[in-house]
Design a protein around this ligand. Structure first.
Ligand SMILES: C[S@@+](CC[C@H](N)C(=O)[O-])C[C@H]1O[C@@H](n2cnc3c(N)ncnc32)[C@H](O)[C@@H]1O
Length: 243
């Protein structure tokens, strides 16, 4: 997969050289190319922003440097053009999965008060938000998206099935996980996880996952269809949890 990024801070993307994403980059499963919008500034002061028409606070990124930067990308590699914006559709795991199937995408990172609306109207295919809060730049949102996408690219994760068991992949939160040691002061790992009984372990994990979702994110149940068995189990667990 090929990801093009338009930014005035290409160095921020050095953060991708760590962990899972770096493996994806090293294996050439993912290619990330930054395009510096400032190199296409319209004057010798390297300016890429101007005051908003109509007055008001802050500065707005001008259209021309962004459009010229978009034109630097080889047409056949541009793919879907996405503007990272708090006004966009909220990103979720389903969206990440569908993005991971694309061959090319181009991410535009805004700064200041955002970008000239005409770029959005004429060039952007989709606006995506990483949540209902305001970042100072789209770069951080782009990094989140790239990291999340990389987990879905076959060959990136050591265990190819591990992303299938992540929280949200089946609509629920993942079960509680424990690492060594077995005893941490008075705190113990649940006995069943030490039993070696795989049937019992899966049962415990399914119950734990349902209960956690019920307690922490009941809203997730509105988006999935539980099996009869899961519904029954949830009713039992919920009645115990409430008592
Ligand atoms: C300070 S924000 C501009 C916010 C804009 N003034 C508004 O109220 O909608 C600067 C840039 O950060 C990025 N950004 C901010 N919050 C974001 C979010 N929740 N998701 C994705 N990108 C975001 C966008 O690229 C945006 O152009």
């Amino acid at each position: 997969m090929n990801i093009n990024i338009l930014t005035i801070f290409p160095e921020i993307f050095d953060a991708l050289n760590f962990g899972v994403v770096s493996k994806s980059l090293d294996k050439d499963l993912l290619k990330v190319k930054t395009f510096d919008i400032r190199k296409n500034s319209i004057n010798k002061h390297d300016q890429v922003d101007s005051k908003p028409y109509g007055g008001g606070e802050g500065m707005v990124m001008m259209a021309e440097p962004i459009i010229s930067t978009l034109k630097e990308i080889d047409n056949k590699n541009t793919g879907k053009i996405i503007y990272l914006s708090p006004q966009g559709k909220r990103l979720n795991q389903e969206k990440v999965k569908s993005l991971s199937k694309l061959k090319n995408i181009t991410l535009i990172c805004g700064r200041y008060e955002g970008i000239d609306q005409r770029v959005i109207d004429e060039y952007v295919d989709e606006e995506l938000s990483i949540g209902d809060f305001i970042l100072s730049g789209g770069e951080y949102a782009a990094i989140c998206i790239i990291d999340a996408i990389s987990r879905h690219i076959p060959g990136t994760l050591g265990n190819k099935n591990s992303y299938l068991k992540d929280t949200f992949s089946n609509g629920l939160l993942k079960w509680d996980t424990y690492a060594k040691p077995e005893k941490l002061g008075s705190l113990r790992v649940p006995e069943v996880l030490l039993s070696g009984n795989h049937k019992e372990i899966s049962k415990w994990r399914e119950e734990n996952s349902l209960l956690k979702t019920f307690l922490k994110r009941p809203d997730l149940f509105e988006k999935i269809k539980l099996s009869k068995k899961q519904k029954k189990l949830l009713e039992e667990l919920a009645s115990k949890a409430i008592l």
